[in-house]
Design a protein around this ligand. Structure first.
Ligand SMILES: [Zn+2]
Ligand SMILES: [Zn+2]
Length: 387
């Protein structure tokens, strides 16, 4: 009942609306045509081969989540992502400029690299979405949840559960909002000012977003620097109050439900944290610590997703299917290599890459012999040619 789709190395068109009846047909198709990437629909259709959506007769869809390092703010990207101007060959690190600073050309290609830090950050995010939201709060059965390393920069979650298959796009958007904390109103979660002026809030062990607000705010109070506190609009005396009494305030938040206005020794009115200040802190904490998922992927009930255990054409790594208990020890740069032997490649330009705990490069305009999986990776990344 799934639609299949394929990409090819020598053709930019997506070949889709394919039906395959069993594993035998899938393998036969791949052997004959040699696609670079294999996808199937998250959806089930009565007629998956119909060339337009209205003719497919939608019959349900798995619930999909995508966490990609591309959408996470990791500091190392500035070091390992590069852009190259195709007109004058000028290059630089980090995000690509819209026009080349050297020649003014507009055709600039970007090479997004992968590194352990980026992949670790993505893994932590996917574990958070899984443990905190899908299993703890939404009570989904872990048996029906499959985790997939994409073979490149991120992870997917597939929930295959009769209960959620029929959810429409709006219902899926509600789940997205729940995970990202979009529209959480702290007043409904118990953060209020009592008639006498005392501010009370939820406790750390309250269920759902109540406890989460307490824990996120506690973490924010412990971690926020002067810059972040200024950004959210706290005055200098209030910033000073927080920065000099972090532990005291955090301890009060996690052990009691006190969103305290001030601490001993600082009683002057300017330094008191008012309800409006706490609301700013809650908002900032949600933005920092709530789930970070690629929202359109979850909302789209016709999406094609990468076939688990196929190879990713951007890297040559395996798109690996995992269960929750395998995730903690999983190392994406070691455990997804499938090629053996060595290969000679001519490399144009490559940042350093660590594969299988061994570091390769950086390379600049040179011919080298490398383990096959490293050579294939560089070729897939379009920075080298196999000699
Ligand atoms: Zn240029
Ligand atoms: Zn990185």
């Amino acid at each position: 009942m799934r639609e299949w789709g394929f990409l090819f190395f020598d053709n930019t068109n997506f070949l889709r609306h394919i039906t395959l009846k069993d594993t035998h047909q899938l393998l036969d198709f791949c052997k004959r045509l040699g696609p670079s990437d294999c996808y199937h629909s998250a959806a089930y259709y009565m007629n998956p081969a119909a060339p337009d959506m209205s003719g497919k007769n939608w019959a349900g869809c798995d619930l999909i989540f995508d966490v990609d390092a591309d959408h996470l703010d990791t500091p190392c990207k500035k070091e390992h992502d590069i852009w190259i101007c195709s007109k004058c060959n000028a290059e630089g690190k980090g995000g690509q400029p819209t026009i080349c600073p050297k020649c003014g050309g507009k055709d600039i290609s970007k090479i997004t690299w992968i590194c352990n830090n980026c992949l670790d950050t993505a893994k932590k995010e996917i574990i958070k979405v899984l443990d905190e939201f899908l299993i703890a709060d939404l009570n989904l059965n872990a048996e029906n949840i499959f985790i997939v390393f994409s073979g490149h920069r991120g992870y997917h979650i597939h929930v295959e559960d009769e209960k959620i298959k029929k959810l429409d796009a709006n219902a899926r958007r509600e789940i997205i909002d729940y995970i990202t904390g979009n529209g959480v109103d702290p007043a409904y979660q118990g953060l209020i000012q009592l008639p006498g002026g005392v501010i009370v809030g939820p406790k750390s062990d309250d269920y759902g977003w109540r406890g989460r607000i307490n824990r996120y705010v506690t973490r924010f109070i412990k971690e926020a620097g002067e810059g972040v506190l200024t950004e959210i609009g706290l005055s200098k005396p209030k910033r000073k109050l927080i920065l000099e009494n972090r532990e005291f305030i955090a301890e009060n938040l996690s052990s009691t439900k006190k969103f305290i206005p001030g601490v001993n020794g600082i009683s002057w009115d300017l330094a008191k944290l008012k309800l409006t200040d706490w609301l700013k802190i809650v908002e900032a904490a949600i933005k920092l610590y709530a789930g970070k998922i690629d929202e359109p992927v979850t909302a789209d009930i016709h999406r094609l997703i990468r076939l688990p255990n196929s190879l990713n054409g951007k890297t040559g790594f395996k798109t690996k299917l995992l269960r929750r208990d395998e995730l903690d020890d999983f190392n994406p740069l070691n455990d997804t290599q499938v090629f053996e032997g060595y290969v000679k490649v001519k490399i144009k330009r490559s940042p350093r890459i660590v594969i299988g705990d061994i570091s390769y490069g950086p390379f600049y305009d040179e011919e080298v012999e490398l383990p096959m999986s490293v050579g294939v990776f560089l070729a897939c990344k379009n920075v080298a040619d196999i000699v």
